[in-house]
Structure formats: structure tokens, C-alpha cells
Write a protein that binds this ligand. Structure first.
Ligand code: BG6
Ligand code: BG6
Ligand code: GLC
Ligand code: GLC
Length: 918
């Protein structure tokens, strides 16, 4: 009995001595709570640095955005392939995620070896090898030629700009294949798969880090899971960060998973005070010296080696094995993490230690075994402590992001060290709880690796891809091929000819209205004129003073509103209102009673027999006043003036806005023979040879023709390119079936087309969370100025989102991207259609004059042309493409068409006087 006690005493004493000895020797490896709190604070600062746009380039903890935005919600389903490369084992898997929300996942997998010559050889061969393994798997599982989406778990630091792409920043752990760093891993693997294109039909939809896969795997079972940690061959963590804190990615709503790559913590020297001589020696002998310094103090690939280096040093110092060193102890890698784990086993630990040391050719004493076991404990304890400090920093960040006093959360865990080491999990959990007492943390072991989670990410990606395809299908309707545009140009040309010919004119949709404007101003015009400008965005009354000789014009104008009820009331009300505005203007200018000649810009189709007569054929755009169609608008204006009986005016000319614009520009550039409006409405006028105008007597000289091309297509000739959305816009307009070309091209309708598309996409569940808001149902919300803002290149996504919010559309950033694309597709088509129409006219002019090349100027006006960031450029490019023999100069009308109308009035007045009338 006494002997037994003596033995026990002796053993306890021996143990104490050995432990003290080792503790003393490894003093630096034992980290106090204070130190851990300090490391935690340092890691918090590192995270902040990695997230900042300006600080990220120099941050050692890279905080990589993963483009994984949500944890699984149970709606994922389908069949997926998965590769898991970069941990201790390489696996290929097929994952079946069941439908009907039953959260049922079935996996079939196959391990493949990763020989050193492959993972440290040539990059191309590495990817070919991976593709070969995948092909083999498909063959074994009889999946050949089955089209499956693939999720790639790739456990290395990758810079991503989208989910299906990742540029390898640097190899870590055991991998070092040449020519891969700095390149996109997904395209390399896709290229490698081409070799098997007979058998493989695979689309890589997602690249995920193993931490992300682990988090998602665990989140599938526990929705509280928002952190993933790997303590295996390497170590790393990811967590869900608020988008508003991620400066490297546009957008601020929701969250995104950040792959911290915490293994690189300390690479900038931040941990030098806690690194030991053993850490430095291990680093020097590694594949990546100076890199992954935190990882090298923690993870499975390095733990055994640290123990070996310590034992060697202790033996050398005579503290172990009686100073004897076995030759095996000198060999790098001889002690592995599994050995460390075995030596630390609760009961068999000592026996295991003896066995392991003996295998190394040593003859350990009881004391040696106790000491070695304690070395292992210190090394692995330090590892758990360091992990705990960094994890505590992440948990604190999550708690602070959520502004909570207490955080309840789950951390998904994986990795061989965590799984096989007998004490590791317990130690880690305990230290984390001590460091963050205000977090209730659940640690959840990922039983099925990261693949299940990767499949969830792939499932979401595959749904997004399917949705993308639906969106693309809609946008494709607006993409016109060159052939289609040539077709539009040629049809327009036919319509222009039809409208000019007496026989075909009555049925022509492009009306080709003679304007009785026969020449350009010659600079001799002079006098004071009144002008009205009705039919564009603004109604204006102007006073225009023209001085002869110097081509100088002074203008005074006032904008008046025309309320909707007047635009769509009775003709008398409309003209009374106009006269009221004139009266106000004369009053305002101090011109009461002055009898001035007046030019009336009236931007609607009018049949004219002379310059001062214009019968409104039909209203277009937003006007619908009764009793006007078929009436002479000059008469209506005269009568309204008479009704008021306050002043008299000499109405000399009625001109279309295109004509006014051409004149305004023609005053400056004599080559200007075309007037173009891209505004509320769409129209064009040009100088035509009198001999071609069969409706007007005489063959000499030229006359301006108001084409009224807005009606192009009213006979169905554009039906092949009109979409359902164009038809919907038409049906909801004031003039259904009319002005079809205008409705595909002008400001008043583009926004409406966009709105119809958005409604449809929302119905399909592709936008605005599938909810069609009252706002979206409201006609006219997308005015030209908003479209122009949305499409501005200078605008960040967030600003686009803000505009949409101002419009009352509660959109996410993804929604904003789609809305911007829709606007872009609609306005591009409009500009191209304009270009095709204009090409027809300039080509006609060139041919009619028998020129090889034509130099011509087009005067342009209208809010669409002026405000839209891309419209004018696309329009000009299209004309160049479709009328290559015409050198077209575009001249923006700065002064509106009022100036042109006044010039026309001046010319008409001069002619009147010359004829002795008046
Ligand atoms: C596995 C995951 O379970 O754990 C891998 O499926 C991951 O994606 C690995 O890389 C990490 O552990 P280890 O020890 O294999 O590096
Ligand atoms: C103005 C002209 O500048 O542009 C008007 O003065 C013309 O006559 C108008 O109708 C066209 O553009 P919007 O965008 O106002 O219809
Ligand atoms: C290394 C890799 C990292 C990975 C970790 C765990 O640290 O750089 O991407 O997550 O190992 O496998
Ligand atoms: C409408 C009118 C037309 C006008 C154009 C631009 O198309 O019918 O006359 O020129 O809008 O304002």
C-alpha cells in the first residue's frame, strides 16, 4: 500500500517537474488572457483595414468579398456537381438537394489523390488532372453528358468580382502549382474541361472558399449560422458582413459573406511580439516563407512540425532524451498533427507518446514522455487560443453591426485538427466564451464538409442564372441587328417616296407635308417678331429681335404651363388659354397694344396650302383638344384673339418645330437642310427638290417637307421589330394604332416602354421581389430626365437606386442594375431607329443631287437628344454606318425653334410686302 502511494507521489512529482520544465522552456508560447484580448483588438483593427477601399491594398488580412449574399432559405433544389479542392482531401461529389422544402440533401462522392508532382507542378496540368478526375467520376456514376451546374470549393485566397470567378492571390498550405497565381481559376478549369467536351457538359456557377462552404452547410440546418471556421490543414474564417461596410463592393443593402483569410494575420509584422524562434524556423523551411504567419502558429499542416522543432531544441539543450537526438527527429515533417492529437489523448496519451517517440528511434523515459506530452499541449493550446482571439473579434464585430447588447449566433466548424484533436474543440469554445461573454455561441460541426454548402450557393446561382436568361430574353427583343436596321432604313426610304407622290400620298403613313418654306434665311431679315412655341415640353411665348447684316438675334421669352385639362379639353379653351398667355407676355414685356407679326410654331401635323394656313390633321403626343382636327389652327388662333378683343396680331406663318429648328440652325450654317426633333415627339423635316413634290405646283428650287415620320410603321411595316411592350404602350396611349415609330423612339414613350418591361419582369418574379407597386402602375413616371440620369455612366449603383426610390420604386441594388439595363436597351434601340430613319433621308438627298459624297448639316433639338447621355452618340454612329457616303454634321439648336419661326416670319413678311399685300 505504502509502495503504491510512494509510486503515485513519485509520479506526481515527476509530472510537476516536467511540466514546470517545459513551461519554463516554452514560456513565450503561453498566452495570458490579457495578451489574447490584445490580439483580439489587433484583429478587429485588421478587419477594418481589409474592408476599407483605401486601406485594403496594404492590409495583410484581405477580407475578400465572396458574392454570397444570403444563407440558404430552404427553397434551394436541384442536382449539382461539386469539387472540393485544397483541404487534406480532394473530392468530387454529386449533390441532390430535394424539393418541396424538405431540406433533404443526398450526396455521392469519390476521393482522388493529390500527388505532390501535381499540386506543385505546372498549373495547366493541375487543372487537367482535376478535369480528368471529374470526367472519371461522371463515368463511374453514369452521369456522362448530363448537363449539371458545378460548384467549386477552392480553399485558397481568391479575389472575386462575381460568384463564378476567382483570381488566385497566392497559393497557401501544400499547393504551389506554377502559372496560376494572378489568374482566374474558374476559366482555367473550364478550359481544362474542354478536353472532355464529348463527355462533360458542365457549367461552373460558383467558386467558394471552404470556410464559406462550411458556413452554408451549417446554415442549411441552423439559420443562426453566420460564421464559418476551418481549423484543418490551414485555418481561416468567413462571416456575414453588412454591405454598407464593404467598400470594395457597390451597394449597401443586405449582407455579403467575407472570406477573411485570417491565416495571413501578422504577415505585416503585427504579431512579431508573440512569435517564437520555433515559428520563425518553421516559416523559413515552408513553401511560402514570410506568408500565412498566423496560420503557421495554428493549423494542422504546421502543428506537428512546431512540436518537432521544439523537441529537437530541447534535446540539444539536454532537457530531453538524456541529450540524445534520433536522426528521425531531424527530418522535416516527421511529427504530424495526428501524432500530436494521439499524444494528447486523455487516457492513452502517454502510451501513444512513448510509441510515437520510439518509432522515431528514441528511447524515452517516463519523464520524457510526460514532457513531450506537455509540449504538445502547449503548442495546441496556443493554437486554440489564437483562433479563439480572432473568432472573438469576428463575433464582436457581428454583435456591433447588429447593435445588440447580446448576440446569439452559430459558428459552423470544420477541419481535421478541430475534428480529431481530443481537447481542441473544448478549449476553443471555452476561451471564446471567456473573451466574448456577451455572445451566446453555438459551435456546429459540419458533418458533410463544405460541399453541401457549396451546392446551396450553386443552387442559388443557378436560379439567378435562369432568371438572368429570362431577363436577357426580354432585352434581346430590343437588340436590332444590322440587317434589321438596314431594313428600317430601306422601308423609310420607300415611305418617303410614297408620301411625295400624288397617287400614293393619300395612303402614305409618312405624310410628307409641304411647308411652303422655300429658302434659308439670307441674313437680310430684320425686325421685331412675336413667336409661339407649342407642342414640346414647354409652351413659350417669345419676342425675337432680328438685326440685319450681323446675323444677330435677341430673344425674350416666357414659359407658360398648359394644364392637362386644357390639353385635353375643348379647342376653344385651348386657344383662349394660348391668347391669355400672349396677353400676359405682352403685358410683362410692356408691349400692350403693339401689333407685331407672329410666327406660330405648332408641333403637330398640319396640312398647308400656304405659309400662314395649317389644318391640323390629327393631334399627336399628349394633346387631344376637341374640335381642332380638320380645322385651320391659324384661324382658331385669330378667332380666339378676336374673342378676347384686346389686341390684334398679324399671324404670318405657322411652322412645325422641325422646320423652326432647321431654320434656327440654318441661320448659322447654310448647309443645314434637315431639322430633327428627338424630344417629347419624334419628327424630321428636310429641303426637298420641288420637282419631286407632286402635291405642289412648280419644279423650280426646293421646299421644306415636314415628313411627320412619327407615323412610320402605322401600316404594319415595322411589326417584325415591334415588341409586346410597344403594343402595350400604344394601346394605353391617346392615339392607339397611330405614330408607331414615334412610340418606339421619342421621350414621351421610352419611359413608358421601360415601365411596361419592368411590370412584366416583376410579374415574372425577376424584379422588385415580384411586387408590382402602385407607383409602377402609374403612367409617365419615367420622364426623359430620369431615364437620362439613370443611364449616366458617372452614376454609381447606389445613386441609381436613389433615383428609383425617389420615383417611389423601392428597389434593391440588383433591381437597379436590371432597371439600368432595361433603360439602356430601350434608349439604344430608339437612337438606332432614329439613325436608320435619318440615313434614309440623307441618302435620298445625296442620290437626288447625283453626288458621290454629300456634306450636310442636321439641326437638332429636343430633350431626349439634349439630356440623354448616349442617345446622340448612338444616333450619329448609326447614321455613319448606314449612310457611309454622307458626311453628316449635327448641330444642336441652342435657341429652340422660336428663333427659326421668327426668321420664317421675317422672310414671309418680306415676300408679302414685295407682293404688295398688306
Ligand atoms: C473538409 C471540407 O471537410 O474540410 C473542405 O469539405 C475543407 O472543403 C476541409 O477544406 C478542411 O479541413 P482539412 O483538414 O481537410 O484541411
Ligand atoms: C424646343 C423647341 O427647344 O424643343 C420646340 O423650341 C420643340 O419647338 C422642342 O418642340 C422639342 O423638344 P421637347 O423635348 O421639348 O419635346
Ligand atoms: C488557407 C487558405 C484558405 C483556406 C484555409 C483552410 O488558409 O488560404 O483559403 O480557407 O487554408 O483550408
Ligand atoms: C410629333 C408631331 C410632330 C412634331 C414632333 C416633335 O411627332 O406630330 O409634328 O414635329 O412630335 O415635336
Amino acid at each position: 500500500m505504502f509502495a503504491v502511494h510512494l509510486m503515485a507521489f513519485y509520479f506526481t512529482k515527476l509530472k510537476e517537474d516536467q511540466i514546470k520544465k517545459v513551461d519554463r522552456f516554452l514560456y513565450h508560447m503561453r498566452l495570458s488572457d490579457e495578451t489574447l484580448l490584445d490580439i483580439m483588438a489587433r484583429f478587429q483593427a485588421e478587419m477594418q483595414k481589409g474592408l476599407g477601399k483605401d486601406t485594403n491594398p496594404t492590409a495583410s488580412v484581405k477580407m475578400l468579398p465572396t458574392f454570397v449574399r444570403a444563407i440558404p432559405d430552404g427553397s434551394e433544389n436541384g442536382e449539382f456537381l461539386s469539387l472540393d479542392l485544397g483541404g487534406s482531401k480532394f473530392r468530387v461529389l454529386k449533390v441532390q438537394v430535394s424539393e418541396e422544402g424538405k431540406r433533404n440533401v443526398q450526396m455521392e462522392s469519390q476521393f482522388y489523390p493529390t500527388p505532390n508532382e501535381i499540386i506543385r507542378g505546372n498549373g495547366t496540368e493541375l487543372f487537367e488532372y482535376v478535369a480528368d478526375c471529374l470526367a472519371d467520376f461522371m463515368k463511374t456514376k453514369e452521369l456522362m453528358r448530363k448537363k449539371l451546374p458545378l460548384g467549386l470549393t477552392f480553399s485558397f485566397p481568391c479575389k472575386q468580382t462575381k460568384l463564378e470567378e476567382g483570381v488566385l492571390l497566392s497559393w497557401t498550405k501544400k499547393f504551389k502549382a506554377r502559372g496560376v497565381q494572378g489568374t482566374d481559376v474558374v476559366s482555367s478549369l473550364t478550359n481544362a474541361m474542354r478536353k472532355h467536351k464529348q463527355d462533360l457538359d458542365v457549367d461552373i456557377l460558383a467558386l467558394v472558399n471552404d470556410t464559406v462552404g462550411t458556413m452554408m452547410t451549417c446554415a442549411y440546418d441552423d439559420p443562426y449560422c453566420e460564421v464559418g471556421v476551418i481549423i484543418g490543414t490551414g485555418t481561416n474564417a468567413c462571416y456575414m458582413e453588412d454591405m454598407s461596410n464593404i467598400e470594395l463592393v457597390e451597394g449597401d443593402e443586405g449582407r455579403m459573406c467575407i472570406n477573411t483569410e485570417w491565416g495571413a494575420f501578422g504577415d505585416d509584422g503585427a504579431l512579431e511580439d508573440i512569435r517564437t524562434e520555433f515559428d520563425r524556423e518553421l516559416d523559413l523551411g515552408s513553401l511560402n516563407p514570410g506568408k500565412q504567419l498566423f496560420e503557421k502558429m495554428i493549423s494542422g499542416l504546421y502543428l506537428g512540425e512546431l512540436v518537432r522543432l521544439i523537441l529537437l531544441k530541447m534535446a540539444k539543450a539536454g532537457l530531453l532524451f538524456g541529450g540524445e537526438k534520433s536522426s528521425a527527429l531531424h527530418i522535416k515533417g516527421k511529427i504530424e498533427t495526428r501524432h500530436v492529437a494521439a499524444m494528447e489523448k486523455y487516457k492513452e496519451g502517454l502510451a501513444n507518446t512513448r510509441e510515437i517517440l520510439t518509432d522515431l528511434g528514441l528511447e524515452p523515459s517516463e519523464a520524457d514522455c510526460v514532457a513531450v506530452q506537455h509540449v504538445c499541449t502547449i503548442v495546441s493550446f496556443r493554437s486554440a487560443n489564437l483562433c479563439a482571439a480572432a473568432l472573438a473579434a469576428i463575433l464582436t464585430r457581428l454583435r456591433e453591426n447588429k447593435k445588440l447588447v447580446r448576440l446569439r449566433t452559430t459558428v459552423g466548424m470544420d477541419g481535421t485538427l478541430y475534428k480529431i484533436h481530443p481537447q481542441y474543440p473544448k478549449r476553443l469554445h471555452k476561451v471564446v466564451r471567456k473573451l466574448v461573454p456577451n455572445c451566446d455561441v453555438r459551435f456546429l460541426l459540419s458533418e458533410s464538409g463544405s460541399t453541401k454548402g457549396a451546392a446551396m450557393v450553386t443552387a442559388v446561382a443557378s436560379r439567378v442564372q435562369a432568371q438572368r436568361k429570362q431577363i436577357d430574353k426580354v432585352l434581346a427583343l430590343f437588340r436590332l441587328t444590322r440587317e434589321q436596321l438596314v431594313g428600317v432604313r430601306d422601308k423609310m426610304r420607300v415611305e418617303l417616296e410614297y408620301g411625295l407622290k400624288r397617287d400614293t400620298h393619300p395612303l402614305a403613313t409618312v405624310k410628307m407635308l409641304p411647308t411652303y418654306v422655300c429658302g434659308m434665311p439670307d441674313g437680310t431679315e430684320k425686325g421685331k417678331f412675336l413667336a409661339l412655341d407649342l407642342g414640346g415640353t414647354n409652351f413659350r411665348v417669345l419676342l425675337v429681335k432680328i438685326r440685319s447684316g450681323r446675323r444677330s438675334v435677341r430673344m425674350y421669352n416666357k414659359i407658360f404651363a398648359i394644364p392637362l385639362e386644357i390639353m385635353q379639353g375643348t379647342g376653344e379653351e385651348l386657344f383662349d388659354h394660348i391668347v391669355q398667355c400672349i396677353a400676359d407676355f405682352l403685358d410683362y414685356m410692356g408691349l400692350k397694344g403693339a401689333q407685331l407679326p407672329l410666327g406660330f410654331t405648332f408641333s403637330f401635323p398640319c396640312r398647308q396650302e400656304s405659309i400662314d394656313k395649317g389644318t391640323l390633321i390629327e393631334w399627336t403626343k399628349g394633346f387631344k383638344a376637341t374640335d381642332c382636327e380638320g380645322e385651320d389652327v391659324v384661324d382658331m388662333l385669330r378667332e380666339a384673339i378676336k374673342r378676347r378683343n384686346e389686341f390684334d396680331l398679324d399671324i404670318v406663318a405657322v411652322v412645325n418645330d422641325t422646320v423652326g429648328t432647321m431654320m434656327t440652325c440654318g441661320y448659322e450654317d447654310r448647309n443645314c437642310e434637315v431639322g430633327l426633333i428627338a424630344g417629347t415627339g419624334s419628327n424630321m423635316c428636310y429641303m426637298e427638290e420641288m420637282r419631286n413634290i407632286e402635291l405642289v405646283e412648280g419644279d423650280e428650287g426646293k421646299m421644306c417637307i415636314n415628313t411627320e415620320w412619327g407615323g412610320f410603321g402605322d401600316n404594319g411595316c415595322l411589326d417584325d421589330i415591334r415588341t409586346q411592350y410597344d403594343k402595350e404602350v400604344d394601346e394605353g396611349s391617346l392615339n392607339p394604332g397611330k405614330q408607331r415609330y414615334e412610340k418606339m423612339t421619342s421621350g414621351m414613350y421610352l419611359g413608358e416602354i421601360v415601365r411596361q418591361i419592368l411590370i412584366d419582369l416583376t410579374k415574372q418574379g425577376l424584379l422588385f421581389r415580384g411586387q408590382i407597386s402602385e407607383r409602377l402602375r402609374t403612367r409617365g413616371i419615367f420622364e426623359t430626365k430620369f431615364l437620362s440620369q439613370i443611364e449616366s455612366d458617372r452614376l454609381a449603383l447606389l445613386q441609381v437606386r436613389r433615383i428609383l426610390q425617389q420615383l417611389g420604386l423601392d428597389s434593391t441594388c440588383e433591381d437597379s442594375i436590371v432597371v439600368k439595363e432595361v433603360c439602356g436597351a430601350v434608349s439604344r434601340r430608339a437612337a438606332e431607329l432614329y439613325g436608320a430613319g435619318l440615313a434614309a433621308v440623307v441618302e435620298k438627298r445625296r442620290e437626288d443631287q447625283g453626288f458621290e459624297h454629300l456634306k450636310i448639316t442636321v439641326g437638332v433639338d429636343g430633350t431626349l437628344y439634349k439630356l440623354h447621355p448616349h442617345f446622340s452618340r448612338i444616333l450619329q454612329e448609326t447614321v455613319k454606318e448606314l449612310a457611309p457616303r454622307c458626311d453628316v454634321t449635327f448641330m444642336l439648336s441652342e435657341d429652340g425653334s422660336g428663333k427659326g419661326a421668327a426668321l420664317i416670319t421675317a422672310v414671309a413678311k418680306r415676300l408679302q410686302q414685295a407682293r404688295g399685300e398688306n
